[in-house]
Design a protein around this ligand. Sequence first.
Ligand code: NOJ
Length: 566
Amino acid sequence: MAQSSSDQRGTEWWRSAVIYQIYPRSFSDGMGQDGLGDLVGITERLPALVDLGVDAVWLSPFYTSPQKDAGYDVADYCDVDPIFGTLADFEAMQRKVHELGLKLIVDLVPNHTSDQHAWFGAALAAPEGSAERDRYMFRDGSGPHGDLPPNNWQSVFGGAAWTRVTRPDGTPGQWYLHLFDTSQPDLNWQNSWVREQFRDILRFWLDRGVDGFRVDVAHGLIKAEGLPDYTPPADAGSMGGTLGLEPEIEGHAEVDPPTPPYWAQEGVHEIYRDWHRVLEEYGGDRVLCAEAWVEPLAKLANWVRPDEMQQAFNFSYLETAWNGPALRSVIADSLTAFSSVGAPSSWVLSNHDVVRHASRLALTEDNPQGHGIGPKTLGKPVRALGLRRARAATALMLALPGSAYIYQGEELGLPEDVDLPDDARQDPTWFRTNGTRYGRDGCRVPIPWEAAKPDYGFSHVQRSWLPQPTDWGPYARDSQEGLDGSTLELYRSLLSARAANGLGLGEIEWLDGYPDDVVAFRNGAVTVIANTGEAVVPLPAGEVMLSSEPLGVGALPGDTTVWLRG
Ligand code: NOJ
């Protein structure tokens, strides 16, 4: 049976786009003040992304923020933090993005603000029960004296999800909810004033010309009535979703996992229908992409119904092991689920919240490391195996119909930095769990551009907010440019062949007759065969377009993907 990425209702750019995630603090330090990446650095380096062959960029937050969660704690949604530059720098960057023929997606963080946001300051200053307090999730404590949290919810980053405030007279007051860090109070999305503010924020950036938004915690805005107690399963993933991070998942859940009272509540959908209408006012194929850790895929598809968002990250795919049957099943389920609502499937293997796939794919059942890898981790992933699988996995992903996301540095084959010293760590997860979870810093280390320069050319001041490993020279962009077989050149070939053959808008036809370890399909004129096992598999006749590793004569080695013509 042929499967496409949507019902072909349209050919909007986002249905098939390859979107490159820029994590601004780790991309390029153009202002050269502090060893932190910034907007000037992004503008300077944009030609490298055109050369790579992507269609769009998504920028993680660059807004005014005390940076307690690397910018996902926003203190002003309509300004640029001085560490990243100014609004004028944003405009210059956006102009360049568009001149180069790329689209620009920015991050929107609606579930919570920073505790330094003026709204939260006003809520703390105002009396209990006031309109200002009602913009957040304040509640009285439980227990005879109200000195216990209102319920048992835990923060995604560890520890209680509630913090108690002190009244002006010094006595203990109410508690506020923060599903993430204490510095990230959750907004009350039942409050119409909050909704109005976010319409204005969307318009602020749409007026400036952005092409869309990646929506943070898009499954979390509405909480269940009465805020009932809930204990998550032990294997909830690093973002606390309904997904686990088991590397050896054999297919996905047959039954719907229980819905936590703070995720995936029905009420979120009317918010996205409202935002859909705001985007429509601007025309031009704008996009909303949901960061929603929701399973099963059939449920996630509700975020991309025709009058809601356009895309949702496919984290079920990201979390699938390098395993033939599991991959076939998640690909088929993805195409079925998303196309049932006329949306494209999305595909993603890495981002700033998960172990880089060049390391993750070499993990085993015994050391899943869903919460990060560090110096004391036992059984660290073997680099060569991880990279080999990552290259094969990317060659499989980029052959699939729909839209694909690439996280900065994966085109260089960067592994997770598993040796970051404890005193360099910045992820709130590390602090809130007293160092029992390493968290996400290992995938956020500034990327290497030029092998011979200090800081690999990342910063003009030879500093980097997270230390870079000393052995990253061979991964630097300039070490790989023009080098036959390098990961950078593999990505360039994949992206150019994907575009030339229209794979993003294609449909796949499964090919039978291969061992179980093999994922094989045809997408238009291209036959794709991914061998996830160790045994060599005979190749059918056909001209080899590209392969993730050198091939034997008529033979596909293990952990290798090939694209054949015809
Ligand atoms: C998801 C973001 O990707 C992550 O980096 C952040 O910590 C949480 N949401 C909270 O905003």
